[in-house]
Structure formats: structure tokens, C-alpha cells
Design a protein around this ligand. Structure first.
Ligand code: NAD
Length: 256
């Protein structure tokens, strides 16, 4: 028996990184998975490999969500879960951030999460689940990622409100707040064919050895296991909560 047997779950931004690991794990746990992304080649290849449905979806567009939801209903007839995972990050000091860049990040991270819930909830089975991907920066500040942090704080607000509004239908809504995770977002060498991502991983581990109590960067598979917990009945009495997965980074600072 898998933890998600028979459930239909949409994972956005699932072509790579944390979303990819969520899609793989959910499929292994018996879910009928929908891989949604803008990276069609990669998303289609993953869907083919694991036996999932691929849908092209730009999460910041209402039309995109409308056709994605229709395609899922056509293929599977129902929706039981949504993981709003797609996200982008831009580095800039607040005063140097062009408005276009600010709005681009808002469109994907914040509007994408809002539109996802708006489009999917009317079709979501009672007792279904939503997992929104926020961040460590939803709960604290971090210099140079002000736009990103603002959107991730907003994702947490949306999560809490949705949990309250949907509890009557036993739909549970929670948020994941990862610290530094070794994907292309934190380790862009993963996208550079000439780079050695394992070498940059080791350099990142060295950096996070000093910052993070557990002394290393996190792995996308570890985040996927948290998403599974929040999507399965193992978390049946949990809703409206942020779940920090950061190796202890947010616990505080050590002076010894
Ligand atoms: P990633 O860059 O590897 O993956 C992001 C995925 O989202 C990609 O597949 C990308 O194509 C997709 N995407 C981007 N814009 C999209 C759009 N408009 N519509 C649909 N898909 C889109 O990074 P990741 O680390 O796997 O990121 C997953 C989530 O985790 C994001 O929400 C990110 O903000 C969050 N997060 C990541 C970290 C980290 O350190 N990696 C930390 C905290 C939170």
C-alpha cells in the first residue's frame, strides 16, 4: 500500500529540483501525478519516465490554470491534491530592484500560488490537500532577496486564509518553508553543462557548515518527504501551518 494510492496530485514546477523529487516520490507512493511546468522537454521526459501526465503550465496565468485543470479532469476525472511548488528567485538590494523584476517574482511566486488555489479548489475533492511552497524567508529576512521574501511571506498568508476557508470541506492547506536546498535555485551550476555541480555542492556545504546547525545544505528528496507527509493522511489533523525544513538554521545563532 502506498501513502497516496489512487490520489490525483498536481505538482507545479515539477520538471526539476524539489518538484521533480515530489513527483517521483508521490508516484512511488501510488499517486496519479501531474507534472506541470514551463520546461516542456524536461517535464515531458520526467512524466514519461515515471508514468505521469505532463501539462504545460505557466502558473502566473489564469488561462494556463484553466487549461491545466481541464486536462487533468479529462485524464483522471478528479483532483485530490495540489503542490504549489513553482518559484523563481532574483538577487537585488531593495532600492536597486526594478519594478519589472519585482512584479515578475510576484507573478510567479505569489500570483501563481493564488491562481493555483483559485483554479483547483472548485475541482478539489473534499478531504483533499494543498501544499504551498514558501521558504525560510517567509519567516525571517535575508538581505538581497527582498522581493522573493515578500512573496514567500505572502504565500504563508494565503496558506493560513485558505486553511480557514476550506476546513469545512476537510481540505487541509499547509506550507513548506525550506532553508537552503541543493537545486538549481541555490546551486545554478546544476544548469551549466560545463560546470561540476558536485564541486559547487561541496563549496555550498562548506558555506552552510558555518550557517546551519546540521552543517550542510538540504537535499530536494528531504523536502519531498515533507510534502508527502502533508499530502498524505499521516498529517490528517494538521492545517494552516508553516513547516520549516532548514537543518536548524532558523533556530537561532550560536556564539560558541
Ligand atoms: P528550481 O529552480 O530547480 O525549480 C523551480 C521549478 O519551477 C523549475 O522547474 C521551473 O521551470 C519552474 N517554474 C518557474 N517558473 C514557472 C512558472 N511561471 N510556471 C511553472 N513553472 C515554473 O528550484 P527549486 O529549489 O526546486 O524550487 C522549488 C520551490 O522551492 C520554489 O518555490 C522555491 O522558491 C522554493 N524554495 C527553494 C529553496 C532552495 O534553496 N532551493 C529554498 C526555499 C524555497
Amino acid at each position: 500500500m502506498g501513502k497516496l494510492d489512487g490520489r490525483v496530485v498536481i505538482v507545479t514546477g515539477a520538471a526539476r529540483g524539489q518538484g521533480e523529487q515530489e513527483a517521483r516520490l508521490f508516484r512511488a507512493e501510488g499517486a496519479r501525478v501531474v507534472v506541470a511546468d514551463v520546461l516542456d522537454d524536461r517535464g515531458e521526459a520526467l512524466a514519461k519516465e515515471i508514468g505521469a501526465l505532463y501539462v504545460h503550465l505557466d502558473v502566473g496565468t489564469e488561462d494556463g490554470w484553466r487549461s491545466a485543470v481541464a486536462a487533468v479532469k479529462r485524464a483522471y476525472g478528479r483532483i485530490d491534491g495540489l503542490v504549489n511548488n513553482a518559484g523563481i528567485l532574483r538577487f537585488n538590494a531593495l532600492v536597486d530592484t526594478p519594478l519589472d523584476e519585482f512584479m515578475q517574482v510576484v507573478q510567479v511566486n505569489q500570483v501563481g500560488c493564488f491562481l493555483g488555489m483559485k483554479a483547483v479548489v472548485p475541482e478539489l475533492a473534499d478531504g483533499g490537500t494543498i501544499v504551498n511552497t514558501a521558504s525560510y524567508t517567509a519567516l525571517t529576512g535575508m538581505a538581497a532577496v527582498g522581493t522573493y521574501a515578500a512573496t514567500k511571506h505572502a504565500v504563508l498568508g494565503l496558506t493560513r486564509v485558505a486553511a480557514l476557508e476550506l476546513a469545512a470541506r476537510r481540505i487541509r492547506v499547509n506550507a513548506i518553508c525550506p532553508g537552503a536546498i541543493d537545486t538549481a535555485m541555490s546551486n545554478p551550476a546544476r544548469l551549466d553543462p560545463d560546470a561540476d555541480p558536485e564541486e559547487t555542492s561541496r563549496a555550498l556545504d562548506e558555506l552552510y557548515r558555518k550557517l546551519v546547525p546540521l552543517g550542510r545544505i538540504g537535499q530536494p528528496e528531504e523536502v519531498a518527504r515533507l510534502a508527502l507527509f502533508l499530502t498524505s493522511d499521516d498529517s490528517s489533523y494538521i492545517t494552516g501551518q508553516p513547516f520549516v525544513i532548514d537543518g536548524g538554521w532558523l533556530a537561532g545563532v550560536s556564539v560558541i
